[in-house]
Design a protein around this ligand. Structure first.
Ligand code: NAP
Length: 301
């Protein structure tokens, strides 16, 4: 049965739609887990804009077709999620310095020439829950080497952490990451089956999971830990564990870490903080208070 609050929310959204209504879309595969429609529609309603936000599943091979089609209809902006954040690059004609540097895009809008202009709001989103934790000079580990990992590494550099080690199953993307940041910081990079990973986990002040392991999708097994249980055997209570995944919340990793006595951070605050920045990009600077999106999430979950 559909919960009453979901029905109320859907009725509110239906009331927002007229024959002039434009839309903003999330494009990815999968997108069914996403909570962005919940937070963005609450914010659009708060701002009184004639806009709605929808999630559109899109396969790799359809990405170009979908972007070109959206240019011709009433689309005012896009969010891009897994697995397109890097591939989208070739389809944009204007790219902000931060997205260019990170080689990762999560937000697009059409410019005055009706071409896609892109940016990345994940760095600011990622930093938001860490701002008051005094992490300068501390040791960190990033799991995964995809699009979100780049934003996380930039965020950790901005917060002045002393060591950033990246652990991934993918050697070529690890090498690319190292090259990407070589002018800013010397990243340590390891494959997940490297024995050194245990010492790193034992000494880390912060571990950030940017892999999708544990995420709720039709085919994902949710009660798995990234790189398997054995990988986590030396985790101890002094480490903060931050999982970018926000559905489910907490993830299996965060439950496991909380049981070990660790402080844990889920992906919800990042979701809201990056969502606020994306909305501001689409609307040329309109701001919405954090609580508007956050309350919508709390009512939904
Ligand atoms: P991505 O570009 O596809 O990168 C995913 C990374 O995880 C890659 O390094 C990939 O390795 C690795 N990986 C995938 N499946 C794995 C597995 N089964 N075991 C080990 N490693 C695996 O994706 P992304 O855009 O970085 O997003 C990653 C996650 O962050 C997603 O769950 C996304 O929802 C979440 N996220 C959350 C927020 C938020 O606001 N909270 C924002 C951004 C992203 P390969 O290259 O070998 O596949």
């Amino acid at each position: 049965m559909v919960p009453e609050q979901t029905i109320t929310f859907r009725v509110k959204i239906l009331n927002m739609i007229s024959s002039k209504t434009s839309f903003i879309a999330l494009i990815g595969n999968p997108v069914s887990h996403s909570l962005s429609p919940i937070i963005q529609n609450a914010a659009l309603q708060y701002l009184g804009l004639d806009l709605i936000y929808i999630a559109v599943p899109c396969k790799d091979e359809d990405l170009e077709l979908v972007l070109n089609s959206f240019k011709r209809i009433n689309c005012k902006g896009l969010n891009i999620t897994i697995p397109h954040k890097e591939k989208i690059f070739n389809l944009c004609s204007e790219i902000s310095p931060i997205a260019n540097k990170l080689k990762a895009i999560n937000t697009l809008k059409l410019n005055s020439e009706n071409e896609w202009s892109a940016t990345n709001t994940d760095v600011e989103g990622f930093i938001y829950p860490l701002k008051n934790l005094k992490l300068a000079k501390k040791k960190s580990i990033v799991l995964g080497s995809g699009g979100a990992a780049r934003s996380v590494i930039q965020g950790l550099i901005n917060l002045n952490l002393s060591t950033i080690s990246v652990i991934s199953r993918n050697k070529s993307s690890l090498d690319e990451l190292r090259k990407n940041f070589e002018n800013q910081i010397e990243l340590q990079s390891f494959l997940n089956n490297d024995n050194k990973a245990q010492n790193l986990i034992e000494e880390a002040d912060l571990v950030v999971n940017t892999t999708p392991v544990g995420m709720k999708t039709a085919k994902n097994e949710m009660n798995l830990l990234p790189y398997g249980d054995h990988f986590w055997r030396s985790l101890n209570s002094k480490t903060i564990v931050y999982d970018l995944i926000y559905n489910p919340t907490p993830t299996h990793l965060l439950k496991f870490s909380a049981n070990k006595g660790c402080m844990t951070i889920d992906g919800l605050q990042m979701l809201v903080a990056q969502g606020i920045k994306s909305l501001s990009f689409w609307t040329d600077g309109l701001e919405v208070p954090f609580h508007v999106m956050n309350d919508a999430l709390k009512n939904h979950l």
